[in-house]
Unconditional design. Structure first.
Lengths: 189, 189
C-alpha cells in the first residue's frame, strides 16, 4: 500500500471512476477502489464518506462555485445576465476535468439511484441561484425563471461538452450557443 | 365496510391525503386509508399498487395528457408555441382538483423521498415533451430548451395556483403571466 501522497484524493477519484465503469457502481466496493489507487481504505474514508460521495461531493463544488461567482458580479445587471456571468467562470474551472466529467456522466446515466441524486443536485443548484437573485432584490417569479433558464443553458451546454461523439468545442462557446438558442425559442413562444 | 361505489378511487384518494397530512406519509398504512374511506384494503389494491401511487399514479395522467395535447396541435408552429398550446388545455382538466393538488403538494414538500419522486416525474415530463418536438422535426437543442422552458412556466404557474396564501387566480392566467415573465427575463439575459 502506498504512503500518503498529495494527490491521494485525485487517485481515489480516478480509480473509482474506472471501477464503476468496469464493474458497475453497485458492485464496486471501497476496498476495490483503495486497492486500485494503491492506498488504504482508511485513506479513502479520510476523503469520502462512501462510494457515492466520489460522484457527488458533499461540499457541492459546482453549486458553491457558482454562488461565489454570483456574489462577485456587480449589482445592477439583469437577473439572467448575472447568472450567465457566473456560468462563464466555469469553463476555466472545469477545463481539465472534461474526461472525468464524461466518465462520471456515463456512470450516472447507467445507474437509476444516481440519476435521482443528479436531479436533486440540479434542483438544489437552481434553488441556490434563485435565492442569490432574491437576495439581490429580484422578485420571486423572475428570480425563479432566471435560475431555471440558467440551469437549462448550463445543462444543455454541459451535455454537449461531454458528448462522446462531439468534436471538441469549448464550454464557453456552448454556453453562448445555448443562451442564443434559448432566446430564440422563448421569443417565439 | 362500504360496498363498491362508482367513486371508490376518489374516496380512497381523499382519505389518503387526509391521513398523510394528519399522520405523515411514512406512518400512514393502507389499512388506515381503507378504514377512513369505508372500503376494504382489497378495494384499495384494485386501484393502487401501494400508498405512494395515490400521489404518483403509474399512468402519469399529467404527462400522458400533455403528450396527447401536443399531438392535437397543428404542425407548423414554433416549438414553445406548440407546448404552450398544450399547457393551456390543463386549466380545464385540473379546474376541480385545486384543493387536492394543494394538499398533495404540502405532503410531497414535507417528505424527502416524495420530493425525489416529484423531481423524477418532472424530468420524465420534460423528456417526453422534448421527444414530441423532435418527432415533429425540431432539432435536439431547441427541442430540449423549449421543453425546459415549458416545464419552468408550468411549475411556476402551478406553484402559484396552489399557494395557500394566494388569492384565487386562474391557472390559465398564471401560465400566461409566467410565459410573459420568462420572455422578459430571457430577452434581457
Amino acid at each position: 500500500m502506498g504512503r500518503w501522497k498529495p494527490d491521494a484524493r485525485g487517485r481515489l477519484e480516478q480509480a473509482a471512476l474506472e471501477l464503476y465503469a468496469e464493474l458497475g457502481f453497485e458492485r464496486t466496493t471501497v476496498k476495490d477502489i483503495a486497492r486500485r489507487a494503491e492506498l488504504t481504505e482508511r485513506t479513502f474514508f479520510r476523503h469520502f464518506t462512501d462510494k457515492r460521495e466520489v460522484l457527488f461531493p458533499a461540499s457541492q463544488p459546482l453549486e458553491a462555485g457558482l454562488v461565489a461567482a454570483v456574489r462577485e458580479i456587480p449589482a445592477g445587471q439583469e437577473p439572467l445576465e448575472t447568472l450567465m456571468a457566473a456560468l462563464r467562470t466555469l469553463p476555466g474551472a472545469l477545463a481539465d476535468r472534461r474526461e472525468l466529467a464524461r466518465r462520471r456522466s456515463a456512470i450516472v446515466a447507467a445507474t437509476p439511484v444516481l440519476q435521482e441524486r443528479e436531479l436533486a443536485k440540479m434542483a438544489s443548484l437552481t434553488d441556490a441561484l434563485a435565492r442569490e437573485l432574491r437576495e439581490r432584490g429580484v422578485a420571486e417569479l423572475p428570480a425563479q425563471l432566471a435560475a431555471e433558464s440558467a440551469a437549462a443553458v448550463f445543462r444543455t451546454a454541459f451535455t454537449r461538452w461531454i458528448a462522446p461523439d462531439e468534436a471538441p468545442a469549448e464550454l464557453g462557446v456552448l454556453l453562448d450557443r445555448s443562451l442564443a438558442e434559448l432566446q430564440h425559442v422563448v421569443a417565439a413562444g
